[in-house]
Design a protein around this ligand. Sequence first.
Ligand code: ATP
Ligand code: MG
Length: 363
Amino acid sequence: MRAPSGYLLAARYRLLEPVGRGGMGTVWRAHDELLNRDVAVKEVRLPTVLDEELRAELCARTEREGRATAMVAHPSVITVFDVVTEDDRPWIVMELLQAKSLEQLIQEHGPLHPRRAAEIGRQILGALRAVHAKGILHRDVKPSNVLVTEDRAVLTDFGLAALEGDVSITQAGIVLGSAGYIAPERVLGSKASPAGDLWSLGATLYTAVEGRGLSGRRTAAAALAALTSGEPIPMTKAGPLAPVLDALLRIDPATRLDSVRASLMLTRVAAGGSAEEPLTPRKSGRPVSVITAPAFARRPAHRGLHRAEATAAALAVPEPRQGSHRKRVEPRPAPSAYARFKATVIKLCLPRRFWPRELRKRG
Ligand SMILES: Nc1ncnc2c1ncn2[C@@H]1O[C@H](COP(=O)(O)OP(=O)(O)OP(=O)(O)O)[C@@H](O)[C@H]1O
Ligand SMILES: [Mg+2]
């Protein structure tokens, strides 16, 4: 049962009003009475069929994942303040964002411009790379878990799909991940992996630009059947994002785009270039504000080149050399008639120690 408005969680967080509802529970705007600030509280609803032991196990796992996520400080990773187990269920206390989910944005405004989707993708990929580096997987990247504020895109709901591989939990009917966003290898029974999160990011960005889910299928199995049919993935609005989506949505995780190249390609598209080609200086200009260019994305201009490309460019084409590392000695031009006259006068009138150095050297 949902907690009533005004409920005081952990003798500290006063639930004020729901800001959103999802498959796993309700997100509340709440007030942290200790620190006197507003926070978001996710009230996780567990299926009633779960027995005591499983319930306790789920709460413990949510706490573990919450603690792990709290270790990652990244502008695109939701900040978790606290995880509480109360009333036999987990509650996640996190930063309250003035945001709409990517799912809401698509519903309200239709498909996103590929550049804007690329900028959101670039930031969310940054979040994934930061958590993967700490050994944490997200497992449920999808449009409703991407929150878009004025100036940043934030990945939320870490760890709620941490039930991976638990037979008893699967039998209890909890849906792991979301149809159409789970990587094909996971549908086929493999374990979650960083590559799986990248596939889900590809599917999320596909929905963002195309305005509909991958293959429009409602179940993961149906989406997988469409993907394995050998037909190319239909894309009509992805534009410059198409090669990135194509490479992220490879069925075989071994041939899937890796996060470093994906990041480079998304950066190029977000800056108005093509995914494959570095930007030419003429095309560059300032990167267009895509979700109002965030402060952390604003870096000194690279003159249209991504840093890696600038380095590559610097490394790639060395200046033709003359076969010597020494500074070239330019032949000295012959002195003019006036200079020769001046030198003669100085030599005649002054003792040698007062001659200019140039003259002393020449003798
Ligand atoms: N930290 C937050 N700050 C502000 N709003 C939030 C926050 N977290 C979530 N929301 C809002 O709450 C809504 C519901 O989130 P929730 O995660 O419960 O649902 P969901 O992602 O649709 O489903 P699921 O249960 O599968 O995660 C989001 O779409 C978003 O609008
Ligand atoms: Mg969610």
